[in-house]
Design a protein around this ligand. Sequence first.
Ligand code: DX5
Ligand code: ZN
Length: 223
Amino acid sequence: MILSASILSADFGHLERDARAAVEAGCEWLHIDVMDGHFVPNISLGVPVMRGLKSLADETGTLLDVHLMIAEPERYVEDFAEAGASVITVHQEATPHLHRVVQQIKETGAKAGVALNPATPPYLLEELLPDLDLILVMSVNPGFSGQAFIESSVRKIRRIRGLIDTLGAGALIEVDGGVKPTNARALVDAGADVLVAASAIFRGDGSISENIAAFQQAVLRTA
Ligand code: DX5
Ligand code: ZN
């Protein structure tokens, strides 16, 4: 299980400090939520802020996992790749030219991901699945951290795991939204490879490292 710490709930006044704490506690990926106030009803951050994390990522071998919740993502793929993105995920719902954007991402050398909103069925990815490095299952409606996990996402993860295994495809399954130590084991059991967490890591009950340890223990405990 890879834990991707979503910086959306970090202290932006001390972003490097919080991101470093997450990496040192065992997060192999940092999840960067980019919102445009159009595709989703919130505005978060963009390329300049991400660039500020590049030296930490380079120094520690951390992957910058960029989740683009923006309309017309094809306009910005190269900018995020140049800023240090290792994974670039676009939304299925954000472009009619998904195949083209996926190829565009791969040409930059980044891994290509596609995110599905809660209402979007997995079969829409069937055609493209062999080309994908990652499928991001949104387990909340995108736009904000701190929302409640949508329980039907577990069944959706299982269905996507089945599709991937049937096709012999290599895509990772990432889950994003309402992920906590209390549901982490069920998500991994359903087939998730990467868990994203914002509030449970940066605004949980303990310190950042204690909150990350709680995830690690939850996944190991009932394995
Ligand atoms: C929501 C973002 C998530 C968010 C998760 O649109 O894509 O990455 O930061 O926040 P939590 O873990 O608090 O649900
Ligand atoms: Zn996200």
